[in-house]
Design a protein around this ligand. Structure first.
Ligand code: NAD
Length: 492
């Protein structure tokens, strides 16, 4: 059985395999993953600290060249990387390529680092006094990532952290860790110096060693809300800057004037794509007024045409979920829904009896706050419909929810959309766009229990997070200050 290696310094390093990696489409174990203990974390942090000294002194053009080369390699190896993601995560090849494309955007943004790291300058703030600012790397960044986007989320962090002149230690999800090791190899091939990027595998204990290690300066975390909260609290207690992005429950509000064909297509794509295992997935359609019945009919028509199957089958619209335990948890939300008064319009739970970790598409009508199927992040191919009477009720429902990652509104009324954008307590809003993930030149982040810390991830806030500001105030004697002979004629 293969053991997924660490990537330390500049090469693969074997460890003893402790955790299991599955092919979710078959349910078979495909590899073991080691758990980095405290001694190994100490050793890798020492490597990163030493490498960070040289990397912070690298020229901006050297860093740009590495990132340009990385971009090229990621494009050239796209098929190989997508296949690796599909094998361990289960998503379709098209979804794997899609996440790579969104990750690539961040590498392209980071290629503009000369612009992003430019400081400010103010001349003559007082007589003979100028002020300028620079941004310097924080040092060593630990990047801790979830299973659901095994290449995109690492690239959200790694591209901008390296561009800013930091060394990075990536701790990917133990469930689909192999593509992170390939990322390490591609970074070396792109010319990144030894030790600037390493990959450590492990579990909660490994993360705790990183959070408490005095040699780590900043933590970027993406994962579930309970772990994000713990990471934020532990990391900041240890004196580090921390951005910790958590879970979500994203609503899609459909107003009576919306184009229901477009809204139904959006609900299908955003609710069931990647088997619903996206932090920006739509999990609740909020149908306002008389829209509910016709919208449910259109969603059901489309849902019946979805093809569930292995991710490497091009006819599959979505693949399996990540583990058997997660599959069983999702099934329980659906089988227990009727006891809460929810109507199960489509029940895909019979898929759970097949080999692999499949759940077919499920549609629940009548979800409400206080019901488990509404309150919890299910993170599977289960779409709930909530019926409300008015626009105001829809906004109240969105704002009362403890999560605030993404939200969408479907309408033809520009002013309703504008008002909605201003009234909701959510970080990312889509107007007739169901998954409003910002492009790489904006930053990504939710509100409330979807983000701990004040910094959103990637884009301008990414560069701000991975750097520290210095402001330098300079005074030189001026001709008017003294009788100094400058040795050349004064112009004024
Ligand atoms: P997770 O929280 O279980 O794991 C995330 C990372 O934390 C992994 O590397 C894991 O090894 C580590 N970890 C797990 N338990 C830990 C603990 N007790 N202490 C310290 N570290 C621990 O998340 P997941 O199941 O891999 O990913 C799915 C979750 O991530 C969902 O909740 C989803 O919404 C969220 N997510 C959020 C975003 C976002 O941008 N807000 C993006 C992607 C995923």
């Amino acid at each position: 059985m293969r053991t997924v290696p660490y990537f330390i310094s500049d090469k693969r390093v074997e460890g003893a395999g402790d955790l299991l990696v599955y092919n979710p489409a078959t349910g078979e174990v495909t590899a073991h993953v080691p758990i980095a203990d405290k001694a190994l974390v100490d050793g890798v942090v020492a490597v990163a600290r030493e490498a960070a000294v040289g990397w912070r002194e690298s020229s901006l053009s050297q860093r740009t060249n590495v990132l340009f080369s990385l971009r090229q390699l990621l494009v050239e190896r796209g098929d190989e990387l997508a296949a690796l993601i599909t094998q361990e995560h289960g998503k379709t090849i098209a979804d794997a390529k899609g996440e790579l494309a969104r990750g690539l955007e961040n590498v392209e943004y980071a290629c503009g680092l000369m612009e992003h790291l430019k400081g400010d300058f103010s001349s003559q703030v007082a007589s003979g006094v100028d002020v300028h600012s620079v941004r310097e790397p924080v040092g060593v960044v630990a990047a801790i990532t979830p299973f659901n986007f095994p290449i995109m989320v690492p690239l959200w962090m790694v591209a901008n952290a390296l561009a800013s002149g930091n060394a990075v230690i990536l701790k990917p999800s133990e469930r689909d860790p192999s593509v992170s090791v390939r990322l390490g190899e591609l970074l070396r091939e792109a010319g990144l110096p030894t030790g600037v990027f390493s990959v450590l595998h492990g579990n909660a204990d490994t993360v705790t060693h990183l959070l408490e290690h005095p040699g780590i300066d900043a933590i970027s975390f993406v994962g579930s809300t309970p772990v994000a909260r713990h990471v934020y609290q532990t990391g900041t207690l240890a004196g580090k800057r921390v951005q910790a992005l958590g879970g979500a429950k994203n609503h899609m509000v459909v107003l009576p004037d919306a184009d229901l064909e477009i809204a139904a297509d959006a609900a299908i794509n955003a609710g069931f794509g990647s088997a619903g295992e996206r932090c920006m997935a739509i999990s609740v359609v909020v149908a306002v007024g008389e829209v509910a019945d016709p919208l449910i009919a259109k969603i059901t028509d489309r849902l019946d045409k979805l093809h569930v199957g292995p991710g490497d089958d091009v006819t599959s619209d979505f693949g399996p979920v990540i583990t058997k335990e997660h599959r069983d948890r999702i099934v329980h939300y659906v089988t227990s829904a009727p006891a809460d008064g929810i109507a199960v319009v489509r029940d895909g739970t019979s898929w759970a009896t097949k080999p692999g970790f499949f759940v077919g598409p499920c549609l629940l009508d009548g979800v409400k706050p206080g019901m488990k199927a509404y309150d919890d992040e299910i993170f599977g191919p289960v779409l709930g419909v909530a019926r409300v009477d008015s626009y105001a009720d829809a906004v109240a429902m969105v704002n009362a929810n403890p999560y605030g990652n993404g939200v969408a509104i479907f309408t033809r009324d520009g002013n309703a959309a504008r008002l909605f954008s201003r009234e909701v307590s959510v970080g990312m809003i889509g107007v007739n766009v169901p998954i409003p993930v910002p492009v790489a030149s904006y930053s990504f982040g939710g509100w409330k229990s979807s983000l701990f810390g004040h910094s959103h991830i990637y884009g301008p806030e990414g560069f701000a997070f991975y750097t520290r500001a210095k402001v330098i105030t300079t005074r030189w004697p001026q001709p008017s200050d003294s009788q100094i002979d400058l040795g050349f004629p004064r112009t004024r």
